[in-house]
Design a protein around this ligand. Sequence first.
Ligand code: AMP
Ligand code: MG
Length: 394
Amino acid sequence: MISVKEALARVISTAQVIGVESISIHNAIGRTLAEDIYADRSMPPFDRVTMDGICINYDNYESGQRIFAVESIAAAGSPTVTLQDKSKCVEIMTGAPLAVSADTVIRYEDLKELDGAFEILEPTVRGKNIHTKGSDHSKGTVLLSKNKRIKAIDINILASAGKSIVEVYCSPKVAVISSGDELVEIDETPTDYQIRKSNVYMLQSRLQELGVESKTFHFVDNSDYIYSEIKVILEDYDVLLMSGGVSKGKFDFIPEVLEHLGFEKLFHGVAQRPGKPFWFGRMGEQKVFAFPGNPVSTLACFHKYFVPWLYKVRGLECQPFKVVLANNVSFKPDLDYFAQASISQSEDGRYLATVKHGNGSGDMVSPSSMDGFIELPKGKEVFEVGEVYDFIRF
Ligand code: AMP
Ligand code: MG
C-alpha cells in the first residue's frame, strides 16, 4: 500500500495534454485556452461616449460660453457625425462615437434643457465622459493568454474579439462504469438484497459540471464478461472511471481482469480512508481509475485524484486549498483520513473546517450537507483546533 502523496504523484505523472480542438464559445466555459487571444481592433475601437447628453468643443466653454444650440443628434450604432459649428453641440448617447470637432461630453444631469439648446450648469473639464479609442488595449495586444481557464468574463472577451470558435485542450473521453450483481437501475424496484446503482450518475453529473462528456456502462461480477466488455469500451474511450469490484472480495474481479488485458498497475491500495482499495493503471495512453464502490469512497477518490489529473490534461494546475480545523479530531488508524467537513468563514476571513464523522463510506446523505474532505495526515492521532490542513472540495 502506498501513501496518498505517492499515489497522487503517480496519477499526475500520467497526465499529459491529449491534443487541441476547436470548439464554439457556447461550450467553452471551464475549458482551457490552447491559443493566445489578440485584440483584432483597438479597445475601445472608437472614442466612445460614456454618458447620455451633449458633446461640445471645450475651447468655446473655456472662453465662457454656457448655452449651446443643438446642431444634430447622434445615437449609438449610427456613423460618426461632425460638429459643424463649434459654438453649437450635438446631442449624443452612450455608446455613440464622439462627434468630430467635439472633445467633451456633458451629461443630461448637468444640463438644463432650453428651446432647441442646452445650458451647462456644472463645471466641466476637457475630455470628460469619453472612453478614448485604444485607451484600454491597442490592436494586436494579447487579451487572454494560452493556458487560461475560461470563465464567463472570458466568454465576453472572446466575443468582443470576434472569436466564435476557440482552440482549447481536448477533454478525455470518459467511460463511467459501475460493477456489481447487487445493482439495479434507478427505475427498477430492487428486491431485498439489491440496491439502486447511484455512483455512476454522481460521477457523470460531476463530469458534466467539469465539461467532460461521458457514457455510463455496467458490469456484472463475471470476469469473462468484464474482460470482453472492457475490450470493446477501450476502442472508444481514453479513461475508464470505475466504481466497485476492486477490494478483497471473492467477486472483486476488476484488478485481475485489467492486468490480464495488459494494463500496467501503478498502484492498488492507498493508505487512506475512505477509498483504500483504489486501483490505478494505464495501457499506453489509456488510464483506468478503479475506485471502491462505496459512494463516499468513490466521491473522495474522484476529487482527490481524477480532478487534478483532468486539470493537468487540460493544461492547468489544481491550486491547493488550505483550511483551519475548527474542532478536535482523533483518528487512530495509520491512514490519511479524509474527514467530511463543512466550511465556514471566521471574522478575520479564514476558512474553518468543522469535521462531522459520517456513518461510514456507504452513507451518501451525510456528505451531501458537507463541503468536502479535510485531509488529516497519517502518523498522528490527535488533530487540534487551529491546525491547518489541505481541503478537497466537492
Ligand atoms: P465494492 O467496492 O464492489 O465491494 O462495493 C462496495 C459497496 O458499494 C457495496 O455495498 C456496493 O453495493 C456499493 N456500490 C458499488 N457500486 C455502487 C454503485 N455504482 N452505486 C451505489 N453503490 C455501489
Ligand atoms: Mg462489488
